[in-house]
Design a protein. Sequence first.
Length: 437
Amino acid sequence: MTLVARAFQIADRAADALGIGAQPTRLESLLAAAERRSGVAGSTPDHIEAPLRALLHAYETEADLSLFGRMAVRWDMVRFLANLMRLHEEERRDPALLSQPIEAPLLITGLPRSGTTFLHGLLAEDPGNLVPRCWQTIFPYPLPGERPGSDARARRVDRQLRGFTRIAPEFRGVHPLDSRTPQECTEITAHSFMSLRFDTTHHIPSYRRWLDATGHESAYRMHRRFLQHLQAQAIGATAPGSRRWVLKSPDHVFAFDALSIVYPDARLVFVHRDPLKVLPSVAKLTEILRAPFTRRIDRRQIGQQVGDHWARGVAAMMDADRRELFPHGRVLHLHYRELVAAPVETVARLYRHFGMEFTPEARGRIADAVRSRPQGGYEHQAYRFEEHGLDVACERERFAAYTAHFAVETEMDAPRPSPPRGGRGVAAAPLPIAPPA
């Protein structure tokens, strides 16, 4: 435990003793703080009350938030609300913002920790592509009194990320990130308060059940609206005519129907990898992300959640493929091993498949990025299945239909299945019907 993390632990105990932070976070208080932050008065965001109340209730009753966790949740919620108020104000000033066309976006998805982030980063090197950067998703517009431009916001985000790595030093090794890194779409959909991003960073099962029952269409309409704002600011600052969005999130697999409605011309890239290399890595990343915000980490619960979650995810991928939800000409399936063995050639194949021009400049920049960031900047990590209650043989059996359907090459052998463990662990759960990155 770092000195910073230890200091927060001591502060948490002191707060308990003094009764500080025991009161629930109230929506009205968040809205008032967001108005002060945004400088926009009387602009309550539309359609956010039900999802935000569901999320706040789960935080209060299930997440077991530490003092730092409560502070972080409040900061997060106020930031999202302030951003929404600012989007609304910009739309009031310029209604044409919502006429910005988001044409044929390219969406990268698949299992997490399978090369999706690596591929997204390579495509971001092409100046003909637009990607949402980390600083843009956190601060899409300058704060009141701040001069236009990205530098101040990017520096602020870098300071925040450095602060987080002092609390969670393992994070940078498993998920390198700075202010200009291409960011996942879950940070955008979080502005609707309907995002699986919250379910990753906190144990909030009631919110996840609410989100599953509600669906994702509203979140993706928010996603499109957010891109329109970023695109309007990017015009003139990027390559002429550059409006080709390249986006990424493994969680897109849980929202295929919403995607097909909001982005009917979307092009999808699936990256496939052996689930046995994915699951322990995702479980460890989930543990690292949650640890600073909660008083209690249950590794077996995390392992069970990750296994069940991605069993549903691969079922959704197979179902979408069987239904041909997206025309085959707009879908490309890649495999982790081919991507890491020949990244430039794999990107060239992607461009050919979608009829996109792979310019000499783009090829050169991507080749330079591969040389300068071996393995995408990730450190070598060793993961143990048993650390999170996962059973190698049972997970191999559970994901067998997925690996067969997409011809996914196995990267590790599995022993004979273990005897049932009374439903205690992930291994007893059936396949639902319904990174290095």
